[in-house]
Design a binder for this molecule. Structure first.
Ligand code: FAD
Length: 372
């Protein structure tokens, strides 16, 4: 009998397993996927570490988390600075002085602020007051140019709905930065684990028994998988066999391609903001790890990312935390609290979007709460 059976070899499960193992507990980790790492899994193609489930950049302002992850990998100095492409125009993200210069030719923060104010004034003068949908909200926050070129198409593709049919609260503010700083994140620490995320998770799980390709629901009653406690990082509604109904997610489809060039787009992430192009971004994986000497010298690997409606059986990526789903999740939570020896964790167990640093911090906290 194990002390802990950990369902899910993603970041949350791996960190919890490490803490339990280091506290002398007898642990088994299982995952239904054929590999460890969950969504941060990277696979080597052409010597390049390919982010199989979307671009992952580690960023945090939590020094404890940063020091913890650095025990298992050296992180490079990658700084996320995506490009937005609208038709033949290119813009830096997040919205900053480089973006405003490309949009309007302005060169000073005052000129940029004046231009945004002018555009927002025009929107108000056209009769839009209190926003009744996402389109009106975005127009009131940033004016027409930013909305048309950088917000509308991208958001509509992400949600699979037109902006006039989306609620205004989705966009609370547009993060404008009046400096020439293309660093997407405001956090103190940022980088990519050198050698890829899979290697990083392998190190976290060192010395811990792991079985991949094994679904908890196929083995939950078998004696050899019995444990005093289960840490379940899969979908909470699936655990309860959807007895109260299904929680909703947004899904993604990835299309990965090898290109016969060494540098396809000059940047790791290029967002496609026009509606007519069905994907939201193209990732060129080699740029996440420019120091990687194994990367092919003649080929590169790109991935197109398409937002998709989630249906049972597809990979769930983003929880849809609207009123209906929050209400349903609350009712699953009540069931969960009655499951004596099962602890729900991770982004699927808690039905919450987690960045990687949240996953690490959450697993460390849960371990501490359990005295390990
Ligand atoms: P997961 O990685 O989903 O792990 C859960 C594991 O449980 C899975 O491997 C699954 O197969 C397994 N499992 C489920 N059910 C069962 C079962 N019945 N039996 C056995 N195993 C089961 N975060 C950042 O900090 N920076 C980023 O740039 C970033 N980019 C992202 C991009 C995308 C497209 C997405 C979707 C997320 C991104 N994230 C990013 C978030 C990051 O992916 C998560 O924080 C992290 O993966 C959460 O880890 P987890 O262990 O909770 O979940």
């Amino acid at each position: 009998m194990f002390d802990y059976l950990i369902v899910g070899a993603g970041l949350f499960g791996a960190v919890f397993a490490r803490q339990a193992k280091d506290a002398g507990k007898n642990v088994l980790v299982i995952d239904r996927r054929p590999h460890i790492g969950g969504n941060i899994y990277t696979e080597e193609i052409c010597g390049i570490n390919v982010h199989k489930y979307g671009a992952h950049i580690f960023h945090t302002s939590d020094r404890t988390v940063w020091e913890y992850v650095n025990r298992f990998a050296e992180f490079n100095r990658y700084t996320n600075s995506p490009i937005a492409r609208y038709k033949e125009e290119l813009f830096n993200l997040p919205f900053n002085m480089n973006t405003f210069h490309a949009l309007w030719g302005v060169t000073t923060p005052d000129e940029a602020k004046e231009k945004i104010d002018e555009q927002v004034r025009e929107v108000r003068e056209s009769g839009i007051g209190e926003p009744s949908n996402l389109e009106e909200q975005a127009l009131l926050l940033g004016g027409r140019d930013i909305y048309e070129k950088l917000v509308r198409g991208y958001t509509e593709k992400q949600w699979g709905k037109r902006a006039v049919d989306l609620p205004s609260f989705i966009i609370k503010r547009l993060p404008f930065r009046f400096t020439y700083d293309n660093n997407y994140f405001n956090d103190s620490f940022q980088g990519i684990p050198i050698g890829g995320y899979t290697h990083f998770v392998e190190r976290i799980l060192e010395g811990i028994p792991v079985k991949t390709g094994l679904d908890f629901f196929d083995v939950r009653d078998e004696a050899e998988y019995k444990a005093h406690r289960i840490v379940f990082t899969g979908m909470i509604d699936e655990y309860f066999d959807y007895r109260l109904g299904e929680l909703e997610y947004r899904s993604l489809k990835f299309e990965t391609e090898i290109k016969d060039t060494v540098n396809y787009q000059g940047n790791a992430v290029v967002n496609y903001t026009e509606y007519e192009i069905p994907y939201t971004r193209i990732i060129e994986h080699r740029h996440f790890e420019p120091e990687n000497k194994k990367s092919s010298e003649s080929q590169t690997v790109i991935t197109r990312e398409y937002p998709a409606e989630w249906k049972k059986g597809m990979d769930p990526y983003y929880p849809v935390n609207d009123e209906r789903n929050e209400e349903l999740y609350k009712r699953y939570r009540e069931l969960a609290e009655k499951e004596g020896n099962v602890i729900f964790g991770g982004r699927l167990g808690l039905y919450k979007y987690f960045d990687m640093d949240d996953a690490v911090a959450g697993a460390l906290k849960l371990a501490a709460e359990n005295g390990i």
